[in-house]
Design a protein around this ligand. Structure first.
Ligand SMILES: [Zn+2]
Length: 371
Protein backbone atom coordinates (compact mmCIF):
# COMPACT_ATOMS: atom_id res chain seq x y z
CA UNK A 1 0.00 0.00 0.00
CA UNK A 2 1.27 3.43 -0.83
CA UNK A 3 1.36 5.94 1.97
CA UNK A 4 1.47 9.31 0.23
CA UNK A 5 3.94 11.92 1.41
CA UNK A 6 3.00 14.20 4.26
CA UNK A 7 3.24 17.19 1.90
CA UNK A 8 -0.38 16.78 0.82
CA UNK A 9 -1.59 16.70 4.40
CA UNK A 10 0.48 19.80 5.17
CA UNK A 11 -1.23 21.58 2.28
CA UNK A 12 -4.59 20.51 3.68
CA UNK A 13 -3.78 21.95 7.11
CA UNK A 14 -2.48 25.20 5.61
CA UNK A 15 -5.82 25.50 3.81
CA UNK A 16 -7.74 26.83 6.76
CA UNK A 17 -11.42 25.91 6.68
CA UNK A 18 -13.54 27.02 9.62
CA UNK A 19 -17.21 26.16 9.14
CA UNK A 20 -18.12 29.83 8.72
CA UNK A 21 -15.66 30.31 5.87
CA UNK A 22 -17.33 28.75 2.81
CA UNK A 23 -14.38 29.90 0.67
CA UNK A 24 -11.89 28.06 2.87
CA UNK A 25 -14.05 24.91 3.05
CA UNK A 26 -14.52 24.99 -0.73
CA UNK A 27 -10.75 25.14 -1.25
CA UNK A 28 -10.62 21.91 0.77
CA UNK A 29 -13.34 20.41 -1.43
CA UNK A 30 -11.30 21.42 -4.51
CA UNK A 31 -8.30 19.58 -3.06
CA UNK A 32 -10.39 16.43 -2.62
CA UNK A 33 -11.72 16.63 -6.17
CA UNK A 34 -8.11 17.01 -7.39
CA UNK A 35 -7.05 14.06 -5.24
CA UNK A 36 -9.65 11.85 -6.98
CA UNK A 37 -8.65 12.84 -10.49
CA UNK A 38 -7.64 9.88 -12.61
CA UNK A 39 -9.35 7.39 -10.28
CA UNK A 40 -12.61 5.60 -11.20
CA UNK A 41 -14.62 7.75 -8.81
CA UNK A 42 -17.73 9.74 -9.67
CA UNK A 43 -17.95 13.12 -8.01
CA UNK A 44 -21.19 14.85 -7.13
CA UNK A 45 -20.83 18.36 -5.71
CA UNK A 46 -23.74 20.01 -3.92
CA UNK A 47 -23.56 23.76 -3.31
CA UNK A 48 -23.74 24.94 0.29
CA UNK A 49 -23.86 28.59 -0.71
CA UNK A 50 -27.51 29.23 0.10
CA UNK A 51 -26.84 28.17 3.68
CA UNK A 52 -23.66 30.22 4.01
CA UNK A 53 -21.68 26.99 4.03
CA UNK A 54 -19.10 25.23 1.88
CA UNK A 55 -20.07 22.53 -0.61
CA UNK A 56 -20.80 18.85 0.00
CA UNK A 57 -19.09 16.07 -1.97
CA UNK A 58 -20.60 12.67 -2.61
CA UNK A 59 -17.96 10.36 -4.11
CA UNK A 60 -18.94 6.98 -5.47
CA UNK A 61 -16.79 4.00 -6.43
CA UNK A 62 -16.72 0.22 -6.43
CA UNK A 63 -18.91 -2.33 -8.18
CA UNK A 64 -22.03 -1.00 -9.90
CA UNK A 65 -24.47 -3.34 -8.24
CA UNK A 66 -27.68 -2.94 -6.24
CA UNK A 67 -25.97 -4.04 -3.05
CA UNK A 68 -26.19 -1.66 -0.13
CA UNK A 69 -23.03 0.43 -0.08
CA UNK A 70 -20.49 1.13 2.62
CA UNK A 71 -20.88 4.77 3.65
CA UNK A 72 -17.71 6.60 4.73
CA UNK A 73 -18.06 10.06 6.28
CA UNK A 74 -15.53 12.83 6.83
CA UNK A 75 -15.97 16.52 7.57
CA UNK A 76 -13.51 19.12 6.36
CA UNK A 77 -14.65 22.09 8.41
CA UNK A 78 -12.73 22.93 11.58
CA UNK A 79 -13.40 25.06 14.66
CA UNK A 80 -10.28 27.21 14.18
CA UNK A 81 -10.68 30.73 12.76
CA UNK A 82 -8.64 31.79 9.74
CA UNK A 83 -5.18 32.89 10.85
CA UNK A 84 -4.78 30.24 13.58
CA UNK A 85 -2.11 28.44 11.56
CA UNK A 86 -0.04 31.62 11.32
CA UNK A 87 -0.36 32.70 14.93
CA UNK A 88 -1.68 30.56 17.76
CA UNK A 89 -1.21 27.06 16.39
CA UNK A 90 1.70 27.11 13.96
CA UNK A 91 2.01 24.10 11.69
CA UNK A 92 5.07 22.14 12.75
CA UNK A 93 6.45 18.66 13.22
CA UNK A 94 7.88 17.74 16.62
CA UNK A 95 9.08 14.16 16.71
CA UNK A 96 6.07 11.98 15.85
CA UNK A 97 3.61 14.84 16.27
CA UNK A 98 2.21 17.00 13.51
CA UNK A 99 0.70 20.18 14.96
CA UNK A 100 -1.81 22.36 13.13
CA UNK A 101 -5.45 23.46 13.10
CA UNK A 102 -7.76 20.60 12.20
CA UNK A 103 -5.05 17.95 11.77
CA UNK A 104 -6.60 15.73 14.44
CA UNK A 105 -10.24 16.79 14.01
CA UNK A 106 -10.29 15.59 11.33
CA UNK A 107 -8.18 16.39 8.29
CA UNK A 108 -5.62 13.69 9.09
CA UNK A 109 -8.24 10.92 9.11
CA UNK A 110 -10.19 12.34 6.17
CA UNK A 111 -7.03 12.53 4.09
CA UNK A 112 -5.81 8.98 4.59
CA UNK A 113 -9.32 7.53 4.36
CA UNK A 114 -9.72 9.22 0.97
CA UNK A 115 -6.34 7.79 -0.05
CA UNK A 116 -7.51 4.32 0.97
CA UNK A 117 -10.80 4.85 -0.89
CA UNK A 118 -8.97 5.97 -4.02
CA UNK A 119 -6.64 2.98 -3.89
CA UNK A 120 -9.48 0.47 -3.48
CA UNK A 121 -11.39 2.19 -6.31
CA UNK A 122 -8.36 2.11 -8.61
CA UNK A 123 -7.55 -1.53 -7.90
CA UNK A 124 -11.19 -2.58 -8.20
CA UNK A 125 -11.01 -4.42 -4.88
CA UNK A 126 -14.04 -2.92 -3.13
CA UNK A 127 -16.21 -5.48 -1.34
CA UNK A 128 -19.37 -3.60 -2.36
CA UNK A 129 -20.26 -0.14 -3.67
CA UNK A 130 -18.72 2.67 -1.62
CA UNK A 131 -20.20 6.13 -1.02
CA UNK A 132 -17.83 8.67 0.51
CA UNK A 133 -19.59 11.72 1.93
CA UNK A 134 -17.41 14.77 2.58
CA UNK A 135 -19.19 17.49 4.58
CA UNK A 136 -18.71 21.21 5.36
CA UNK A 137 -20.77 21.63 8.55
CA UNK A 138 -20.10 18.96 11.17
CA UNK A 139 -18.66 21.35 13.74
CA UNK A 140 -21.97 23.24 13.98
CA UNK A 141 -24.14 20.10 14.20
CA UNK A 142 -24.54 19.40 10.45
CA UNK A 143 -27.65 21.52 9.74
CA UNK A 144 -27.21 21.22 5.96
CA UNK A 145 -26.01 17.64 5.69
CA UNK A 146 -28.05 15.86 8.36
CA UNK A 147 -30.84 14.89 5.92
CA UNK A 148 -28.25 13.61 3.42
CA UNK A 149 -26.44 11.65 6.14
CA UNK A 150 -29.69 10.08 7.30
CA UNK A 151 -30.79 9.28 3.77
CA UNK A 152 -27.46 7.74 2.75
CA UNK A 153 -27.16 6.01 6.13
CA UNK A 154 -30.56 4.39 5.75
CA UNK A 155 -29.56 2.95 2.39
CA UNK A 156 -26.12 1.72 3.52
CA UNK A 157 -24.97 -1.58 5.00
CA UNK A 158 -22.32 0.02 7.22
CA UNK A 159 -21.07 3.46 8.11
CA UNK A 160 -17.43 4.28 8.81
CA UNK A 161 -16.57 7.66 10.33
CA UNK A 162 -13.09 9.18 10.31
CA UNK A 163 -13.39 11.24 13.48
CA UNK A 164 -10.13 11.13 15.44
CA UNK A 165 -9.11 8.13 17.50
CA UNK A 166 -9.29 8.57 21.28
CA UNK A 167 -6.51 8.28 23.84
CA UNK A 168 -3.85 6.22 22.07
CA UNK A 169 -5.84 4.88 19.17
CA UNK A 170 -9.11 3.81 20.76
CA UNK A 171 -12.02 3.40 18.39
CA UNK A 172 -15.52 4.69 19.07
CA UNK A 173 -18.54 2.39 19.26
CA UNK A 174 -20.88 4.50 21.39
CA UNK A 175 -21.40 8.22 21.85
CA UNK A 176 -23.69 10.26 23.96
CA UNK A 177 -26.51 12.18 22.38
CA UNK A 178 -26.25 15.95 22.39
CA UNK A 179 -28.94 18.59 22.81
CA UNK A 180 -28.75 22.36 22.55
CA UNK A 181 -31.27 24.86 23.88
CA UNK A 182 -31.56 28.62 24.22
CA UNK A 183 -33.37 30.17 27.15
CA UNK A 184 -34.56 33.76 27.07
CA UNK A 185 -35.97 35.37 30.19
CA UNK A 186 -37.79 38.67 29.89
CA UNK A 187 -38.59 40.78 32.94
CA UNK A 188 -39.31 44.47 33.32
CA UNK A 189 -36.67 47.20 33.36
CA UNK A 190 -36.55 49.85 36.06
CA UNK A 191 -34.20 52.35 37.68
CA UNK A 192 -32.28 50.46 40.35
CA UNK A 193 -32.64 53.38 42.75
CA UNK A 194 -35.89 55.24 42.30
CA UNK A 195 -38.06 52.52 40.73
CA UNK A 196 -36.61 49.29 42.11
CA UNK A 197 -39.99 47.94 43.18
CA UNK A 198 -41.40 48.25 39.64
CA UNK A 199 -38.61 46.21 38.14
CA UNK A 200 -38.68 42.48 37.42
CA UNK A 201 -35.10 41.27 37.36
CA UNK A 202 -34.56 38.89 34.43
CA UNK A 203 -31.13 37.82 35.72
CA UNK A 204 -32.61 36.86 39.08
CA UNK A 205 -35.26 34.75 37.36
CA UNK A 206 -32.70 33.21 34.98
CA UNK A 207 -30.43 32.28 37.90
CA UNK A 208 -33.15 30.07 39.36
CA UNK A 209 -33.52 28.27 36.02
CA UNK A 210 -29.77 27.82 35.72
CA UNK A 211 -29.72 26.10 39.11
CA UNK A 212 -32.66 23.88 38.13
CA UNK A 213 -31.05 22.90 34.83
CA UNK A 214 -27.65 22.18 36.37
CA UNK A 215 -29.42 20.00 38.96
CA UNK A 216 -30.62 17.71 36.12
CA UNK A 217 -27.05 16.35 35.83
CA UNK A 218 -26.99 12.69 36.87
CA UNK A 219 -23.55 11.11 36.48
CA UNK A 220 -24.85 7.65 37.37
CA UNK A 221 -27.13 7.73 34.33
CA UNK A 222 -24.60 9.50 32.14
CA UNK A 223 -26.65 12.70 31.99
CA UNK A 224 -24.90 16.07 32.03
CA UNK A 225 -26.39 19.54 31.68
CA UNK A 226 -24.24 22.63 31.26
CA UNK A 227 -24.99 26.32 31.16
CA UNK A 228 -21.73 27.49 29.64
CA UNK A 229 -22.51 31.14 28.92
CA UNK A 230 -24.91 33.77 30.16
CA UNK A 231 -25.71 37.32 29.14
CA UNK A 232 -28.10 39.90 30.46
CA UNK A 233 -28.60 43.43 31.64
CA UNK A 234 -27.55 46.78 30.25
CA UNK A 235 -26.06 48.75 33.15
CA UNK A 236 -25.19 48.31 36.81
CA UNK A 237 -27.98 50.65 37.94
CA UNK A 238 -30.79 49.18 35.84
CA UNK A 239 -33.01 46.27 36.86
CA UNK A 240 -32.41 44.07 33.81
CA UNK A 241 -35.15 43.34 31.34
CA UNK A 242 -33.42 40.50 29.48
CA UNK A 243 -31.25 37.51 30.26
CA UNK A 244 -30.25 34.73 27.89
CA UNK A 245 -28.26 31.55 28.22
CA UNK A 246 -27.64 28.42 26.13
CA UNK A 247 -27.87 24.90 27.52
CA UNK A 248 -25.82 21.88 26.46
CA UNK A 249 -27.11 18.42 27.41
CA UNK A 250 -25.54 14.97 26.94
CA UNK A 251 -27.43 11.70 27.37
CA UNK A 252 -26.83 7.99 26.88
CA UNK A 253 -30.30 6.93 25.81
CA UNK A 254 -32.98 8.25 23.50
CA UNK A 255 -35.49 8.12 26.37
CA UNK A 256 -33.34 10.34 28.62
CA UNK A 257 -32.92 12.76 25.71
CA UNK A 258 -36.68 13.04 25.28
CA UNK A 259 -37.29 13.46 29.01
CA UNK A 260 -34.71 16.23 29.37
CA UNK A 261 -35.93 17.95 26.26
CA UNK A 262 -39.46 18.05 27.66
CA UNK A 263 -38.23 19.37 31.01
CA UNK A 264 -36.15 22.16 29.48
CA UNK A 265 -38.70 23.21 26.86
CA UNK A 266 -41.30 23.18 29.64
CA UNK A 267 -39.54 25.63 31.98
CA UNK A 268 -42.11 27.96 33.52
CA UNK A 269 -41.46 31.35 35.11
CA UNK A 270 -41.33 31.39 38.91
CA UNK A 271 -42.65 34.92 38.86
CA UNK A 272 -45.84 35.38 36.80
CA UNK A 273 -44.62 38.81 35.63
CA UNK A 274 -41.72 37.14 33.86
CA UNK A 275 -41.67 35.54 30.44
CA UNK A 276 -39.52 32.47 29.77
CA UNK A 277 -39.04 31.36 26.16
CA UNK A 278 -37.09 28.21 25.33
CA UNK A 279 -36.09 26.90 21.93
CA UNK A 280 -33.84 24.04 20.85
CA UNK A 281 -33.79 20.29 20.44
CA UNK A 282 -31.65 17.19 20.65
CA UNK A 283 -29.26 17.85 17.77
CA UNK A 284 -27.59 14.45 17.82
CA UNK A 285 -29.31 11.32 19.12
CA UNK A 286 -27.26 8.88 21.21
CA UNK A 287 -25.15 6.30 19.35
CA UNK A 288 -25.71 3.07 21.22
CA UNK A 289 -23.55 -0.03 20.97
CA UNK A 290 -25.92 -2.49 19.30
CA UNK A 291 -25.29 -6.05 18.17
CA UNK A 292 -24.61 -4.79 14.63
CA UNK A 293 -22.03 -2.32 15.93
CA UNK A 294 -20.46 -5.09 18.01
CA UNK A 295 -20.09 -7.37 14.95
CA UNK A 296 -18.60 -4.60 12.86
CA UNK A 297 -16.14 -3.78 15.63
CA UNK A 298 -15.06 -7.44 15.95
CA UNK A 299 -14.47 -7.58 12.20
CA UNK A 300 -12.33 -4.43 12.31
CA UNK A 301 -10.45 -5.77 15.30
CA UNK A 302 -9.53 -8.89 13.33
CA UNK A 303 -8.28 -6.80 10.41
CA UNK A 304 -6.21 -4.61 12.72
CA UNK A 305 -4.60 -7.72 14.22
CA UNK A 306 -3.59 -8.85 10.71
CA UNK A 307 -2.07 -5.42 10.08
CA UNK A 308 -0.26 -5.60 13.40
CA UNK A 309 -2.05 -3.49 15.94
CA UNK A 310 -4.67 -3.98 18.57
CA UNK A 311 -7.97 -2.22 18.07
CA UNK A 312 -9.63 -1.32 21.36
CA UNK A 313 -12.96 0.36 21.78
CA UNK A 314 -13.18 3.47 23.95
CA UNK A 315 -15.67 3.82 26.76
CA UNK A 316 -18.74 5.74 25.60
CA UNK A 317 -17.61 9.25 24.72
CA UNK A 318 -19.39 12.52 25.40
CA UNK A 319 -18.82 14.24 22.09
CA UNK A 320 -21.36 13.73 19.33
CA UNK A 321 -20.50 13.19 15.66
CA UNK A 322 -22.28 12.51 12.39
CA UNK A 323 -21.98 8.82 13.32
CA UNK A 324 -24.75 9.44 15.86
CA UNK A 325 -27.21 10.03 12.99
CA UNK A 326 -26.45 6.79 11.14
CA UNK A 327 -26.26 4.73 14.34
CA UNK A 328 -29.63 6.09 15.48
CA UNK A 329 -31.15 4.89 12.21
CA UNK A 330 -29.81 1.42 12.96
CA UNK A 331 -26.93 1.27 10.47
CA UNK A 332 -23.94 -0.45 12.11
CA UNK A 333 -21.48 2.41 12.60
CA UNK A 334 -17.81 2.54 13.55
CA UNK A 335 -16.36 5.88 14.52
CA UNK A 336 -12.95 7.12 15.62
CA UNK A 337 -11.27 5.54 12.57
CA UNK A 338 -9.26 8.70 11.96
CA UNK A 339 -5.79 9.76 13.02
CA UNK A 340 -4.50 9.32 16.55
CA UNK A 341 -3.47 12.42 18.47
CA UNK A 342 -4.96 14.85 20.95
CA UNK A 343 -6.09 18.41 21.58
CA UNK A 344 -9.20 18.59 19.39
CA UNK A 345 -10.69 22.11 19.41
CA UNK A 346 -7.65 23.52 21.27
CA UNK A 347 -4.44 25.28 20.34
CA UNK A 348 -2.47 22.15 21.31
CA UNK A 349 -4.04 20.07 18.52
CA UNK A 350 -1.76 17.46 16.95
CA UNK A 351 -1.89 14.19 15.04
CA UNK A 352 0.44 11.23 15.53
CA UNK A 353 2.30 10.69 12.26
CA UNK A 354 3.06 7.01 12.86
CA UNK A 355 -0.66 6.27 13.30
CA UNK A 356 -1.39 7.17 9.68
CA UNK A 357 0.00 4.07 7.92
CA UNK A 358 -1.68 1.37 10.05
CA UNK A 359 -4.98 3.23 10.14
CA UNK A 360 -4.95 3.84 6.41
CA UNK A 361 -4.34 0.11 5.98
CA UNK A 362 -7.29 -0.64 8.26
CA UNK A 363 -9.60 1.65 6.25
CA UNK A 364 -8.47 -0.01 3.02
CA UNK A 365 -9.07 -3.51 4.40
CA UNK A 366 -12.52 -2.54 5.72
CA UNK A 367 -13.50 -1.30 2.28
CA UNK A 368 -12.22 -4.57 0.77
CA UNK A 369 -13.81 -6.98 3.23
CA UNK A 370 -17.14 -5.62 4.48
CA UNK A 371 -19.25 -7.83 2.29
ZN1 LIG B 1 -14.67 16.18 14.06
Amino acid sequence: MSVPSLDTLLTWIKTESPTDSPAGVNMMMDLVVAQMSGAPVTVERIAGELHGLGDVLILRAGPRTDEKPILVMSHLDTVHPIGTARADLPIRIEGDRLYGPGVYDMKGGAWFALEAFKEVASKGTAARPIVFLVTPDEEIGSPLTRPMIEDLGRRSAYTLVTEPARDNGLIVTARKGVGRFDVHVEGRPAHAGSRHKDGRNAIHEAARHVLAIEAMTDYARGITTTVGMISGGTAVNVVPQHCRFPVDIRVETVADGEALKAAILGLKPHNPDMKVTVSGDMNRPPYERTEGVEKLFEHAKGLAAEIGFELISAPRVGGGSDGNFTAAIGTPTLDGLGIDGDGAHTLQEYGVISSIAPRQALMKRLLETLN
